[in-house]
Design a protein around this ligand. Structure first.
Ligand code: GAR
Length: 210
């Protein structure tokens, strides 16, 4: 069982998917704390409902990113967190965070990276007229939406899609792949070799996922 910390900024539907998989045994994790950078993040409410400890660290109360990051690290360490999952956490992390948690931070992004990093990835894909959209779970490095890829999944995109309709289709897929990636890590099956992430016996679980 891995000690997980989840960072959110908004609705927290990926957090909910993680909570649901922990509850039904599909993800072998103990969620120690959920932290938001905004007091009104709906993810905090979802965590409270599940009986999970929460904290709010307002980024606008910190003059520098490094100080904000340091406070996150302090809270995560205090909670005994081994692995940090960014779930719609819309702040860029600095070395003040990424050094103490090196190799232990994962993120989900609503596009097939390296395509469409950054904000409004769903809208970027709809505007571009892609026919395959998707989502990516990756280890986090110091560049935005960048780092070794653990899993990706594609969904179709149609000419009449817009940011919202495509976003819903991508989000449903996010909810499937994020808990799966976290479970692989929890089981100690994930290893990073340079740019490549190797998952032991991935094909076995992939059958169940698709
Ligand atoms: C998700 O689509 C996630 O992939 C995206 O924010 C949304 C959060 O939704 N993250 C990023 O764009 C990171 N660059 P949620 O709060 O309902 O999980």
């Amino acid at each position: 069982t891995i000690a997980l910390g989840v960072l959110v900024s908004g609705s927290g539907s990926n957090l909910q998917a993680i909570l649901d998989r922990v509850a039904d045994g599909g993800l072998d994790a103990d969620i120690r704390i959920v932290i938001a950078n905004k007091p009104d993040a709906q993810g905090l409410e979802r965590a409270r409902k599940a009986g999970i400890a929460t904290a709010c660290v307002r980024h606008d109360e910190f003059p520098e990113r490094a100080a904000f990051d340091g406070e996150l690290v302090r809270l995560l360490r205090e909670a005994g967190v081994e692995l940090v999952a960014l779930a719609g956490f819309m702040r860029i992390l600095t070395p003040a965070f990424l050094t103490p948690f090196a190799g232990r931070v994962v993120n989900i992004h609503p596009a097939l990276l390296p395509a469409c990093p950054g904000l409004r990835a769903q809208g970027q894909q709809a505007d571009h007229g892609v026919r395959l959209a998707g989502c990516t779970v990756h280890f986090v490095d110091e560049q935005m939406d960048h780092g070794p890829i653990i899993i990706q999944a594609a969904v179709p995109a149609y000419p009449d899609d817009d940011e919202a309709t495509l976003g819903v289709r991508i989000l449903e897929m996010e909810h499937r792949i994020y808990p799966q990636a976290l479970h692989w890590i929890a089981q100690g099956r994930v290893r990073v070799e340079g740019r490549q992430v190797v998952v032991r016996d991935a094909s076995r679980t992939m059958g169940a996922l698709w």
